[in-house]
Design a protein around this ligand. Structure first.
Ligand code: ACO
Length: 320
């Protein structure tokens, strides 16, 4: 049977770093408050012209280089984003063009912070059915452009960036690659986390709005169901895990989720301190960091997991 195996990773962060102290000059907040509640110390913010597709294309090129491949080898591009350059065309097609890819299919996927997990699960279906041979799965975001920079309850939480992986269909890789995935959505929670604009409402881009406490409670209370399901599908448990690479929203959510699942804290890959919450980009960014610093190695069992607006949430288990 065909398996979807990770053959490369890449990422891209804007050069500009904004610290908590920098934010304290703009809104009534403090480094102490932000670090204590979220674990965030700094975030990267895109410069004018550094759009989601620009960051996404850089991350994708790095992933191709890492895999020793070129655009000619790719026949599926999925870009998970909530901050596309334009309403249409898809950011994925702009990344495709930037990489000189003229074959295959490219489309965006919108599941907010869970977008990368949804993207990996979707690409896996294409690859294991033989519908595509090699996929770029990208998470790319510029949330700085949908933040209300006057609202201290949200503007301190997010950052910009992009990450990408290359998945390859292989028929000699039993037990390797994407082992399982579980996805969920429940649109009844719209009011908890949404953007108050768009073509169908105000006609403007709008700003992110969030009921932070309710999101926190839901994230810790409910989302472990998809992780339990992903382990069960693969016939594995938390003890088998090498690395837990969750969506990087908030250190407290991450640690509470790991504790609840019996995942040892040493297995957590944490980048939220340096990146902030980069929505769909946070997991592929963290994967690239942990692979390049030598933590994630061939044979490791890696759980990725995220929850975001909708709510939508999901988990996937990958044998590296
Ligand atoms: N600086 C200083 N004070 C602040 C700030 C700030 N940046 N923001 C809020 N406060 C104040 C509030 O006004 C409030 O003051 P009050 O008591 O005088 O009314 C006080 O701090 C406490 O506010 P709460 O909102 O109750 O603080 P809480 O402990 O819930 O922490 C936080 C807020 C960090 C947002 C928390 O709710 C949380 O982590 N929620 C999850 C949010 C999240 O991660 N969302 C993204 C996940 S999904 C996705 O990735 C899209």
């Amino acid at each position: 049977p065909l398996r979807s195996v990770v053959v490369g990773t890449g990422s891209c962060l804007p050069e500009q770093v904004v610290t908590n102290a920098d934010l304290a000059e703009r809104v009534d907040t403090s480094d102490e408050w932000i670090v204590q509640r979220t674990g965030i110390r700094q975030r990267h913010i895109a410069a004018p012209g550094e759009t989601t597709s620009v960051l996404g294309a850089r991350a994708a090129r790095a992933a191709l280089d890492d895999a020793g491949l070129t655009g000619d080898d790719i026949d599926l591009v999925i870009c998970a984003t909530s901050t596309p350059d334009h309403t249409f065309p898809a950011t994925a097609t702009q990344i495709q063009a930037a990489l000189g890819i003229g074959q295959g299919a490219a489309f965006d996927l919108q599941a907010v912070c869970a977008g990368f997990v949804f993207g990996v699960s979707t690409a896996d279906k294409f690859l294991t059915t033989g519908a595509a041979r090699r996929a770029l799965v990208i998470g790319a975001e510029t949330f700085s452009r949908i933040l209300d920079w006057e609202d201290r309850t949200t503007c301190v939480l997010f950052g910009d960036g992009a990450g990408a992986i290359v998945l390859e269909a292989r028929d000699d890789a039993e037990g390797q690659g994407v082992l399982s995935s579980s996805l969920r959505s429940d649109g009844r929670h719209r009011e908890k986390l949404y953007v108050n604009g768009g073509p169908g409402s105000t006609g403007t881009v709008g700003h992110l709005r969030m009921e932070g406490r309710d999101v926190f409670r839901f994230a810790v209370g409910q989302v472990t169901d998809v992780i339990v399901e992903a382990f069960a599908q693969a016939g594995l448990t938390a003890d088998d895990l090498t690395w837990f690479v969750p969506h990087q929203a908030n250190r407290r959510i991450i640690e509470a989720s790991a504790d609840k699942l019996g995942i040892a804290r040493e297995k957590i890959v944490l980048t939220v301190d340096r990146h902030g919450n980069t929505s769909a980009a946070s997991i592929p960014l963290a994967l690239d960091v942990a692979r390049r610093d030598g933590r994630i190695r061939k044979g490791d069992l890696v759980m990725i997991e995220a929850i975001g607006g909708g709510f939508s949430w999901g988990a996937a288990l990958i044998r590296w």
